[in-house]
Design a protein around this ligand. Structure first.
Ligand SMILES: Nc1ncnc2c1ncn2[C@@H]1O[C@H](COP(=O)(O)OP(=O)(O)OP(=O)(O)O)[C@@H](O)[C@H]1O
Length: 306
């Protein structure tokens, strides 16, 4: 990205590296996020998502590289109330009520929103007077959300925000987030729920081994992986032979259920039917975000036989 554009970025990460002993958690990562973008950080376990977010927030120091949030250092941006965060690590004092927790956060910022507004937006009102230690996992998550929101930040950083929430809580959470982002705020969130990325993010950044392997809209990321998926019930097939079919990239076989990720699904289907004329329940589908995720983050071609 050009320098002129970079200074306008909500988030600018340049050449970030972080190692823990032998592990390269984040490996030369460069990423610019414009104000108003909602970005999902995706990747398998240990891809480096949390480490990236912790560096972005100034909680971990990179070995090398540069970080700017709205043209400021992460600590300056946080002190100025520009950033709200909801992380997996760290907790609150169990003896405090949700309301007290949000109040304490609000007291740190001169331009914080009203405590009751943050509590209402995060859906905490009903149990705001209960002690944090007695809350369910999902209620704790919502309290953290209220605490992140109360400084009325321009940038929200959320690490697996809905992890302990039930389906209804999750829906309410994303509805609250939509309200928040319609005002043009920037959000970076990590999730293992690809549907959340699909429904909510303008842009997905897919990480693997500390590097970015795909970056763009869901459609653009899915389009990075050629082809379609053929699913069929096939008797007497072997995964090696399915993998050897023309047009097949990777094949999985679970019992008689074959799943072929294809670069040329027409050629693959013709060959499959030639070899297995009794193949049945055949479907051919375009790649999903999940297919693209697997294809782009797998260490080895997926070859499973059960
Ligand atoms: N404080 C630490 N000490 C040692 N190793 C660490 C530390 N923090 C992270 N790592 C390692 O760095 C790598 C990246 O971890 P990170 O938590 O950033 O991944 P992640 O993508 O957030 O994973 P997950 O989806 O499981 O939350 C992992 O191999 C992890 O074990």
């Amino acid at each position: 990205m050009a320098d002129a554009e970079k200074t306008d970025a909500a988030v600018s990460l340049k050449g970030l590296r972080k190692t823990f002993g032998e592990v390269r958690a984040v490996d030369d990562l460069t990423l610019n996020i414009a104000p108003g973008e909602v970005v999902a950080l995706l990747g398998p376990n240990a891809a480096g998502k949390t480490t990236t977010m912790e560096m972005l927030l100034g909680l971990t120091t990179p070995d090398s590289g540069e970080i700017e949030l709205f043209g400021r250092s992460p600590r300056r941006a946080a002190a100025d109330g520009l950033v709200g965060a909801m992380l997996q690590s760290g907790g609150f004092l169990g003896e405090m009520t949700s309301r007290e927790i949000v109040q304490v956060m609000a007291a740190q910022y001169p331009k914080a929103m009203k405590v009751d507004d943050a509590i209402a937006r995060a859906g905490v009102t009903k149990y705001a007077k209960l002690k944090y230690s007695g809350l369910s996992g999902g209620q704790k998550q919502r309290t953290r959300f209220a605490a992140a929101l109360v400084c009325d930040p321009d940038l929200l950083v959320l690490d697996e925000p809905t992890v302990a929430m039930d389906v209804q809580s999750r829906q309410e959470f994303w509805a609250a987030m939509r309200d928040y982002t319609t005002a043009g705020r920037t959000v970076v969130f990590a999730t293992h729920y690809l549907a959340e990325a699909q429904d909510f993010a303008d842009r997905v950044v897919l990480m693997r081994h500390g590097k970015i392997v795909a970056d763009g809209s869901v459609d653009a990321v899915v389009a990075k992986v050629d082809g379609r998926t053929i699913r069929a019930t096939v008797e007497g097939a072997s995964v090696e032979l399915l993998n050897a079919l023309p047009g097949v990239g990777t094949a999985q076989l679970r019992g008689e259920q074959a799943e072929l990720h294809c670069s040329d699904s027409d050629a693959a289907l013709r060959a499959l039917l030639a070899d297995h004329p009794r193949a049945r329940d055949i479907s051919v589908t375009a790649m999903s975000l999940e297919d693209a995720f697997v294809a782009l983050t797998a260490d080895e071609p997926v070859m499973e036989e059960v």
